[in-house]
Design a protein around this ligand. Sequence first.
Ligand code: GTP
Ligand code: MG
Length: 175
Amino acid sequence: MSSYATYDFLLKFLITGDSGTGKSCLLHQFVENKFKEGSTHTIGVEFGSRIVTIGKNQVKLQIWDTAGQERFRSVTRSYYRGAAGALLVYDITNRSTFTSITKWIADARKLAGADIALMLVGNKLDLEEREVSYLEASRFAQENEMAFLETSALTGEGVEETFLKCGRAILTKIE
Ligand code: GTP
Ligand code: MG
């Protein structure tokens, strides 16, 4: 892509959720199209961006990948400002990361505004030892007025769709 790439819209998103759920791997898979080997906890926030086509528009997705560890909570909270959307990530093989979602929803709605587009993302779909069923999560998402998708940052399944879906949801609100 040319370094003079232009776009019609710039959308700021956040990725939040407990530590170890795969937020950084999801961003890496979306931006680089491959699985990020070797795991390191995010310190504060990391950043990635990509221009995608949504309908007739070229849309730049500016994505802030926040640290899930509790000690970074005050830093990551300062990044919600101006965010149009957030992906709230849990690990389908770890129930407590799903239970925490309520807390991540509250943060997002309080700090970014009640009309932020929220998307629930159940990651690690490639693993067998599931602790949260698709049905339960999809009901929870409905009750909380969020879109829902399951992904694997390892295989790439659902990743592109998740980011595009969040982008589309925001664009339909602002256009
Ligand atoms: P923090 O930065 O601490 O908040 O964690 P994070 O949510 O960014 O998690 P990260 O992306 O660093 O991934 C945590 C661990 O899960 C790593 O060991 C990854 O290799 C692994 N992982 C991430 N996504 C997947 C996935 O889709 N499938 C499998 N099997 N492992 C994954
Ligand atoms: Mg991370």
